[in-house]
Design a protein around this ligand. Structure first.
Ligand code: Z5A
Length: 203
């Protein structure tokens, strides 16, 4: 279906995903490879509206409800932004994707991983991820970078055990070969160089 490449950057809170996605998109555009920056949950009007609901501490959805809300936002985002960009031959850089669903709703909340994989596969079909990167920064280090958790964000109210399970889930996906680990402990420029090196291998 697609001509462009679909690249995903994952990590825990404060790992530097947003910053690195922007740096990578700028670097690709500057080198003549047309690239679009987007994010999940969100990236399109309906998906951004769902994002607000998901992060709002006023609501208490269980893990299954979360899974379907993230998936609904994802399908809308793919239809409105990602599929058209890929069909136009552009590379898409996406801040979080299906690996976050496995990490947070699966490893974090305890929802069955095969169930999530099935929903993920049906939600994104016929898309395949060309490259999934995991910026390796521990939850403690990530929150320290951000100056602590944002308590107005429903998910950031979770305890450290939850975020450690999420982190371990990402590490398992790296060990399984689904994600490529990127050392995120250094300066932003070093992390950006590591990411660019991994991306060049698939372009
Ligand atoms: N979620 C889910 O549960 N299921 C799903 O399927 C999906 C998502 C898709 C929102 O995500 C929530 O959705 C998230 C997972 C869940 N839950 N939580 N909690 P989000 O991506 O919007 O939220 P976030 O992960 O909390 O983003 P963030 O805090 O903005 O983190 P970041 O994008 O990785 O970091 P950053 O904004 O680029 O940088 C953070 C700070 O660190 C900033 O001050 C930077 O200047 C600093 N920074 C960055 N790099 C460095 C380095 N190398 N050194 C020092 N300081 C640095």
């Amino acid at each position: 279906m697609s001509n462009g490449k679909f690249i995903v950057i994952e990590g825990v809170e404060g790992a530097g995903k947003s910053r690195q996605c922007a740096i990578l998109t700028d670097a690709l555009n500057a080198s003549g490879c047309a690239a679009v920056l987007t994010r999940e949950p969100g990236g399109a009007p309906l998906a951004e509206a769902v994002r607000k609901l998901l992060l709002d501490p006023a609501y208490t959805p269980d893990a299954v409800t979360e899974l379907y809300l993230y998936s609904a936002a994802r399908r809308d985002h793919l239809n409105k932004i990602v599929f058209p960009a890929l069909e136009a031959g552009k590379t898409v850089v996406c801040d979080r994707f299906i690996y976050s669903t496995l990490a947070y709703q699966g490893y974090g909340r305890g929802l069955n991983l095969d169930f999530i994989r099935e929903v993920n596969a049906r939600t994104i079909a016929p898309l395949k991820v060309d490259l999934g990167l995991f910026i390796d920064v521990s939850p403690e280090a990530g929150f320290a970078r951000k100056g602590g958790a944002d308590k107005t964000d429903r998910l950031e109210r979770e305890n450290l055990d939850f975020f450690n399970r999420v982190y371990d889930g990402f590490k398992t996906m790296c060990a399984d070969g689904d994600l490529v680990p990127i050392d995120g402990s250094g300066e932003k420029e070093q992390t950006a160089a590591n990411i660019l090196q991994a991306v060049r291998r698939i372009l």
